[in-house]
Design a protein around this ligand. Structure first.
Ligand code: ASP
Length: 338
């Protein structure tokens, strides 16, 4: 066997071993938190999502189960930007991105997944049942089907169909900030093209275990094959059990280029509060974008290992849902561009 083939062979064997070995074997610092559970998620869609998560957290359940179940609520809703009812890419296909991460650096992700109702659950299966972190496109769909997920009809929701037909008249992408606050979740503000939003969720359970999830259809009418930050560990989501967790929403390209969620967690590691860490990450994006910062929205949410939450946005209009009981609160984030 050539040395390259031997290398590939042994790497594959190593990976297969990894898949079989319990990932939980990683040595971890003792959880510093023994208090009450908490869950935070993006946008007003987070209210329902948090209620879904609280059913698990409130009865002593596992944070990872909570962040999966929580965002599944949004994937099930008729939403402009999450799940199969969302807007398609510019070729008319709804392509979904999602990722999930637990308190032991285990993570899973899918990108450009089509016709599967719950990409977050497929991401969790990637994490738990493969030696990999990320599957994309056809391969991700093939894996989902092999795992027993149903292939849903290749059909746009009525709202998405209407929006898409409208968009085809000009085929121009015109970002509109914070479309999700228009009160017309499936249809953009009058005269404006729909833009994007994402459900990202961070939770800590009663045992102090942190987890995060993120799921989206990405930008409306994006180029076919475009993937944003949301399924990328370190960009759309990052969890470090010793420090905290962070997640992003908004213009994914600008989150990816500065490794957004990971940056927020590293800033918390250096001693920043969750809000100060989110703020500094947003300021970096503003500095990178310069005058163009006014054309985009980016926001972060964060939760530290003590169970403190925070958020910060580039522009006015970002809100997030916070739960420490079964009644979630919707909070307006502080923002940078006054
Ligand atoms: N971050 C997502 C993306 O760029 C979209 C959003 O959060 O609004 O795909």
């Amino acid at each position: 066997m050539s040395s390259r083939r031997r290398f590939l062979h042994s790497s594959a064997a190593g990976l297969a071993g990894l898949a079989a070995a319990p990932l939980a074997a990683v040595a971890l610092p003792a959880a510093p938190f023994t208090g009450k559970p908490i869950v935070i998620s993006t946008w007003d869609a987070g209210l329902n999502a948090n209620r879904g998560a609280w059913k698990i957290l409130g009865s002593g359940g596992y944070a990872l189960d909570a962040v999966e179940a929580g965002v599944m609520v949004t994937e099930n809703e008729q939403n402009c930007c999450v799940g199969l009812g969302a807007r398609p890419d510019r070729d008319g296909h709804v392509t979904l991105d999602a990722c999930i991460m637990d308190h032991q650096f285990n993570c899973g992700s899918v990108a450009a997944l089509e016709r599967i109702k719950h990409p977050i659950s497929v991401a969790r299966r990637v994490m738990e049942r493969t030696p990999h972190v990320m599957l994309v496109g056809e391969g991700a769909q093939q894996f989902a089907l092999a795992q027993g997920f149903a292939l849903e009809p290749n059909k746009l929701s009525a709202d998405a169909e209407k929006e898409y037909r409208e968009w085809l008249k000009t085929s121009q992408y015109r970002p509109v900030l914070n479309v999700e606050n228009s009160g017309r979740r499936a249809v953009g503000p009058a005269g404006g093209a729909p833009n994007h939003d994402t459900i990202a969720m961070l939770a800590m359970d009663a045992q102090g275990r942190l987890s995060g999830s993120c799921t989206t259809s990405g930008m409306a009418f994006k180029m076919r094959g475009r993937v944003g930050d949301s399924p990328i560990i370190g960009a759309g989501l990052f969890v470090d059990p010793a420090v905290g967790a962070a997640a992003a929403t908004g213009q994914g390209e600008d989150v990816i280029r500065m490794a957004g969620a990971h940056t927020v967690v590293e800033l918390m590691r250096q001693g920043r509060s969750p809000q100060a860490a989110c703020r500094e990450a947003v300021e970096r994006i503003a500095a990178i974008k310069g005058a163009k910062a006014k054309d985009i929205q980016v926001a972060f949410i964060a939760l530290n290992a003590k169970g403190e939450a925070g958020s910060y946005a580039l522009q006015k209009g970002f809100n997030y849902a916070l739960s420490t009981t079964d009644t979630p609160r919707l909070l307006d984030a502080e923002f940078f561009l006054k």
